[in-house]
Design a protein around this ligand. Structure first.
Ligand code: ADP
Ligand code: ASP
Ligand code: MG
Length: 407
């Protein structure tokens, strides 16, 4: 008998008909003799609607009250699924995030610290299917906390690790992880397997099929993940520690990711002296702003340098305000921002050992006259910041150049 966590995303939970379809899948798994826990998202569009209501209620609102509002979507679907399962003659009950998941950090983007598995163990032992709302936990202060957009993936993995599940299956509206977003590039190809490392990088640079934190958590817990269609019976994609057999033969690049959630900030004419980058980046960090690509270069023999970095678009206004507040300490000539930029990235374990892959990326973009505004790289990833209108073309030409197009 295996212990399995099944997670269903928003599209799979959107309406009673679809919840019945989910219940049917859960039933099949339970009838195979497995112990089943189900983690659910809010119905598609519901979290966006709740976020908008918070904005309308108060432009600057208390983040802990925001969590109270946005966590409600998952409470509804958890109850509805438990009822539907009961109606099919199965033993099932819902639990709330506050009973199970301890979280800390910023409201609206909290981290999971621990899962209290006792209640779940008891339910499973008595043959009950546990239905758990994703996205929510409880803080040390006893307040509801949500785990960031897409956070139900992380709830599912944390719960799977907490109850020592054998597997965590993520059911969604595509039938696996593709070489790039199949909704943008129809020629994208489904991967049979991808490594945790590659998936972590792909998610980190914009492939929202899994929340980045969920992948990091699964990797640390060495918990096998699968990404599967909630609507079709297909094998999906396995997310594994290492590729083996035929999967090792696949392309050195696993995929291409696109991220429109970027804005660029440049400070010109700052002193070419120790401590200057810290003077800019530290106040941003204190304000909780995530700084991503950082490019700093001194112009030789001028005593001056420029600093360019990117921040999430939603944080741009705040980032500009923080820098202006520190204008005198930093001492820059000009502060320039641009929110019509985007990031395109190639990800693959091949990058580690094959320098021609980065070269191919730059040559391919150059052939299409796509200008690079900034570049950053890690062991298995190369990212380029480009003008947003060039993004779709960039993804398509890179996808072709790396031999990823499906036949
Ligand atoms: P859920 O509601 O099930 O959590 P999400 O919308 O969060 O679903 O994630 C699934 C979506 O991720 C897909 O519909 C697809 O558009 C998008 N996506 C982005 N990159 C990829 C990729 N490389 N492979 C598969 N899907 C991707
Ligand atoms: N409902 C939340 C969101 O839309 C969490 C999730 O679906 O994973 O971000
Ligand atoms: Mg999601």
């Amino acid at each position: 008998m295996a212990r399995i966590v099944m997670k269903f995303g928003g599209t799979s939970m959107a309406g009673i008909e679809r919840i019945r379809n989910v219940a049917e899948r859960v039933r099949r798994e339970a009838e195979d003799g497995d112990e089943v826990l189900v983690v659910v998202s809010a119905m598609a569009g519901e979290t966006d609607r709740l976020v908008q209501l918070c904005r309308e209620a108060a432009a600057l609102h208390d983040p802990s009250e925001y969590d109270v509002v946005v966590a409600s979507g998952e409470q509804v679907t958890a109850g509805l699924l438990a009822m539907t399962l009961q109606n099919m003659g199965l033993e099932a009950r819902s639990f709330m995030g506050w009973q199970l998941v301890r979280a800390s950090g910023v409201h609206g983007n909290a981290r999971v610290d621990a899962v209290e598995s006792g209640l779940l163990d008891d339910a499973l032992k008595s043959g009950t299917i546990a239905v758990i709302p994703g996205f929510q936990g409880i803080s040390d202060e006893g307040r509801l906390a949500t785990l960031g957009r897409g956070g139900s993936d992380t709830s599912a993995v944390a719960i799977a690790a907490g109850v020592n599940a054998d597997r965590c299956d993520i059911y969604t509206d595509v039938d696996g992880v593709y070489t790039t977003d199949p909704r943008i590039v129809p020629r994208a190809r489904k991967l049979d397997a991808i490594t945790f490392e590659e998936m972590l990088e792909l998610a980190g640079v914009g492939a929202k099929v899994l929340q980045t934190r969920s992948v990091g958590l699964a990797m640390r817990a060495d918990l096998p993940l699968r990404v599967l269609s909630a609507f079709e019976d297909k094998p999906g994609t396995r997310v594994v520690a290492e590729l083996s057999g035929a999967d090792m033969e696949r392309n050195q690049i696993a995929g291409i990711a696109a991220d429109k959630n970027e804005a660029r900030v440049t400070l010109t004419g700052i002193a070419d002296a120790p401590g200057m980058v810290a003077k800019v980046i530290s106040p941003l960090a204190e304000a909780g702003i995530l700084v991503d690509m950082i490019v700093h270069a001194a112009t030789p023999n001028t005593g001056s340098s420029d600093l360019t970095f990117t921040v999430p678009r939603a944080s741009l206004a705040q980032a500009m305000a923080v820098i202006e507040q520190h204008r005198h300490e930093i001492g820059y000539s000009e502060l320039i921002c641009d929110d019509s930029v985007a990031k395109v990235s190639i990800v693959g374990v091949g990058i580690r050992s094959n320098p021609s892959l980065a070269a191919t990326m730059f040559e391919t973009l150059a052939e299409r006259q796509i200008n690079l505004l900034a570049v950053s790289s890690s062991e298995i990833k190369v990212s380029a910041l480009i003008a947003e209108p060039d993004l779709d073309l960039a993804v398509r030409v890179l996808h072709t150049a790396f031999g990823l197009d499906s036949e």
